[in-house]
Design a protein around this ligand. Sequence first.
Ligand code: PLP
Length: 447
Amino acid sequence: MKYYSTNGKAPIADLQKAVVKGLAEDRGLYMPEEIKILPKVFFDNIQEMPFQQIAYNVASAFFGEDVDQDALQDIVYDTLSFDCPVVKVKENIYALELFHGPTLAFKDVGARFMARLLRYFTQSNQNAPSTQNNLINVLVATSGDTGSAVANGFLGVEGIHVYVLYPKGKVSPIQECQFTTLGKNITAIEVDGVFDDCQALVKSAFMDEELNAHMKLTSANSINVARFLPQAFYYFNAYARMKALGKADNFVMCVPSGNFGNICSALFGHAMGLPVKRFIAANNANDIVYKYLQSGKYEPKASVQTLANAMDVGDPSNFARIINLYSQNNKLTPEATHHRITNLISGATYSDDQIRETMRQCYAETGYILDPHGACGYQALVDGLQPGEIGVFCETAHPAKFKEKVDDILSIDVEIPDRLAAFMKGEKQSVPMTKNFEDFKKYLMKQ
Ligand SMILES: *Cc1c(COP(=O)(O)O)cnc(C)c1O
């Protein structure tokens, strides 16, 4: 499969290049040239298949031309060592729980898949001239969640070393121990600065010629095709589980969205034939896409801080992929594109007060504990479902991941799952770093 850039000015790339580079040369996002429609027999039998088998079929459509069949099967099965069940919350509303992975948030699947795919490519490239013994070094700046998903996704994967840069004192204790206690091939770099300083260090490193000659550097950014496409697995699985319940005929999928990678993968699924009737993108107060859906005008702005902070995005990067998909790579006018998009996708937006109210109401009425992100998805279904429709929303994080907020809002004491508690028992190890690039470079040159 070849990949083109949404900006249309970069050379066509193969999968390996798209995964290793992440972003195209023209700063556009890579898109697969073809989206394969899955055969009818797959959908006829999907309700009988386990998650891993469904995912392998979907992965073959995306990556089957570029990855050896057995290797791809291993990558998929190894990535999905946990389930993502559909749970009934109340009449006609179901939660697709995406939080059963190692860091209790849905980014685990993308991170784990990408780590294994990178490993596959580096293994099959052993004859290439080597720097640092063919080690691939992943640099990732984090304000909390991405660092934990990437670090855990890459943990123990041979041939790859991960450096997580995070702002000292500015991530929550639970988040910090999810990437500072791992050891092995994960190094946490504690930067005396803010998140933007971490981001700037990573960007400078990618542009520094001397450093790039010394070591192979790559990013594990969420716009990477190997991180975002595998999220489509979730939606085929949701459909299968709803079909098994006899509830898949008028199926509405609702995705709490920030950078719009997760919902974009669901829309790829739809383009592959997944019979979802329509989609709802649920936003917090960062309502840029909501406004686009209403008006056809896309006006990015600075993000505002909310309770659902993993969705605090003012210029969602994957929105460019959605536009590209429905404009048929810019063949359609903006009006026609907007029309196609709004035929399939509607939006919703919720303030922090509404999120709190939703969490309380849902808990009182059903006993289900929503996290602030899932709350946006749940409420969008409560407000938007039409008669005869069945709604499924993504519960994107375990409520214990936002324990302080959830405890406070619901006046409860959310139980911390064992694997999260285990992180908190580990010993913190980090490398102190200034925000000065020369210091960071000196450190990397010694590795
Ligand atoms: C990343 C994240 C989101 C937003 O997903 P996007 O793909 O960026 O739209 C929602 N909820 C949680 C818990 C997340 O970590």
